[in-house]
Design a protein around this ligand. Sequence first.
Ligand code: GUN
Length: 291
Amino acid sequence: MTGKRIDGKAFAANVRGQVAEHVARLKAEHGITPGLAVVLVGEDPASQVYVRNKGKQTVEVGMNSVEHRLDASTSEAELLALIERLNADPAINGILVQLPLPGHLNSDLVINTIDPAKDVDGFHISNVGLLGTGQKSMVPCTPLGCLMLLRDHFGSLSGRSAVVLGRSNIVGKPMFNLLLRDSCTVTVAHSRTRDIEAVCRQADIVVAAVGRPEMVTGDWLKPGAVVIDVGINRVPAPELGEGRHKIVGDCEFESCAKVAGAITPVPGGVGPMTIACLLANTLTACCRENG
Ligand code: GUN
């Protein structure tokens, strides 16, 4: 069996199109333009690429994009003061502080200073608590994107067995909560899980978010399982020439695609969904704020 490729790129373009239509209506009917502020501290190359893409796509859907690029030596007090200013700014509906932050900054304190209503990443402790108790909250963008792809594929997720590989605050834990909320039977597996392959092999749904290139191979999967690969790993690719690199997921695509019922490619799977969901969250924040 050759698994179906889940086209996250096309799905994300569709989500962005819907957001753009809604933004145009808000503007025409209420004179409101949603605004997203992205804060980047330091010069991490991967973060710079993400922030540039976020800014570009924010503008493409008709929203205002504000970028604050701060020196790596920025003090915690300066960063917190900026967040307080953005919290108080009525033109800003969403605030995203790009992670990871330089080591001298307390990420928890920084994230928890963001107004929860503007926390479009869904990382504020009150949004985490709301999601964990099944209440309305801002939902982290990457797991939300994964959930949308899964719902589109299955319709209802109720009663399905799901394994989430990885227990991060950004993906693994919120993914667990979202799948549970959709009535899946969910197992979270991680680096200390015993016989992780066997755990994985029981699942109808596998969400891989471990950051280990091509860790999951076809023999880890139940035939027909649906695989959502969150990994974005840069690895050497000597086959492309000396010193060249390529991006691979946490799943070995070729062998997994032979066993899976459907699988997201990397790139072109989950990645584009993350920014699309960020824009959708910003629109939601704007609509909630304006009643
Ligand atoms: N760094 C990697 N992924 C993310 C994300 O989803 N949000 C933020 N703020 N930083 C990240």
